[in-house]
Design a protein around this ligand. Structure first.
Ligand code: NAI
Ligand code: MG
Length: 357
């Protein structure tokens, strides 16, 4: 029997609530399936750990994680710790050294969920956003001089490398090719940013030559927000920089009904390191401890983890169970306009897994 070692890193706030729910659901799924085993180990890294030890995870944290087949991650962020410390100290401290350069974010309107756009149904909004996850605007280069003085200077340098752009572009064309519409939109801002973004456009055109069966087009990121809102049906696979895709994918999540249902995979496609799977949302301290966090994004991302591990039938079974639950408005959490709790949604998904044949 296949057995997978999964590192659970719940992190902060509702991250703890949704990962606990996700682990329960995954165990129920493995029990139902009978063909594979999941071995979870949980790590208490995050802001509470930081307050005790002055670091978000132990020095040897990455060495520890290397031994796992996948990482199931919640969220980071606490009201009393600066966001750049929590983000760089844990999430990016894993993504960047593990070279998880492809961040994949599927967006669909799940059955039973009402998106905010008038006359847009499930068939009109079915996207996968590919976010470059290793360089670009979040490369971490820059600095500050003359701190606090009127002449203070801060730079935030965007880094694009030919190697980095080429590999994400290939990944995006491959993904577009694997989907029925074989349609890719490359997002840049190459009118105003005339160096790195023009190189993106050039590399897109070069890589496209190897994918004659994929139809592709280019969009400037500002115009892209309009196209996503006004003509969602014209899009399928989308590739964009670290910053642009970060923003566009929050918009995508909102257009599909809620940030609480949106999943993401941080992939190291070459599998030199474990990949990391997480809901898109943050630690949501406004609802932490209330038991109303929507766990659907965390369940959906578990389907991506199972696919990555090679357990496609189990991934499909879990997706069916999720959709059987979202279709029932009495099982919607408050972010979707309902009154259900995390517990109720989790129990319902487990029941749907057990009842699935
Ligand atoms: P957020 O995603 O935590 O919350 C935004 C809004 O969406 C809030 O009103 C929240 O209640 C709601 N929401 C989010 N997830 C939900 C869920 N599963 N169910 C129901 N409602 C949900 O973003 P925000 O408020 O900007 O940031 C809070 C903290 O999270 C910050 O410290 C931020 O840095 C961090 N953050 C961490 C991320 C990560 O770990 N990947 C991603 C985004 C933010
Ligand atoms: Mg974001």
């Amino acid at each position: 029997m296949n057995s997978y070692k999964i590192a659970a890193v719940p992190g902060d706030g509702i991250g703890k609530e949704v990962i606990a729910a996700g682990v329960e659901v995954l165990q129920a799924l493995a029990d139902r399936d009978g063909g594979f085993k999941l071995d979870f180990e949980s790590f208490d890294w995050g802001s509470d750990y930081y307050k005790k030890h002055g670091i978000m995870m132990p020095e040897d944290g990455r060495e520890t994680l290397k031994k796992f087949d996948a990482i199931y991650f919640g969220a980071v962020g606490a009201p009393d710790v600066p966001d750049h410390i929590t983000l760089w100290g844990l999430r990016l401290a894993i993504c960047q050294p593990f070279d998880q350069y492809a961040n994949v974010r599927p967006t669909r309107i799940l059955p039973g969920i009402q998106g905010p756009l008038r006359n847009v149904e499930a068939k009109d909004l079915d996207w996968v956003i590919v976010r470059e996850n290793s360089e670009g605007e979040y490369a971490g280069q820059g600095g500050r001089s003359h701190r606090g003085f009127p002449e203070e200077v801060a730079t935030e340098v965007t880094i694009f490398t030919r190697a980095g752009v080429t590999r994400i572009m290939r990944f995006a064309f491959e993904l577009a090719r694997s989907r029925p519409r074989k349609l890719l939109t490359v997002v840049t801002k190459s009118n105003a940013q005339r160096h790195g973004m023009v190189m993106w456009d050039e590399i897109a055109a070069e890589v496209a030559q190897d994918y004659p069966d994929v139809t592709w087009d280019k969009m400037l990121v500002d115009a892209m927000t309009m196209r996503m809102t006004l003509k969602p049906g014209t899009l399928d696979t989308i590739v964009a920089t670290n910053l642009h895709a970060d923003i566009l994918s929050d918009l995508a999540a909102a257009l599909a009904g809620s940030l609480g249902i949106a999943p993401t995979a941080n992939l190291n496609p070459e599998r030199h390191f474990p990949s990391m799977f997480e809901p898109i949302h943050g630690s949501a301290f406004d609802i932490t401890g209330k038991g109303i966090a929507n766990p659907v994004g965390t369940f959906w991302t578990a389907t991506m983890m199972l696919e990555h591990l090679g357990e496609k039938p189990a991934a499909e079974r879990l997706m069916r169970a999720i959709e059987r639950v979202t279709v029932d408005p009495s099982l919607h959490t408050p972010d979707l306009g309902g009154q259900a709790t995390t517990r109720q949604v989790t129990d319902a998904v487990i029941a749907a897994i057990q009842g699935d044949n």
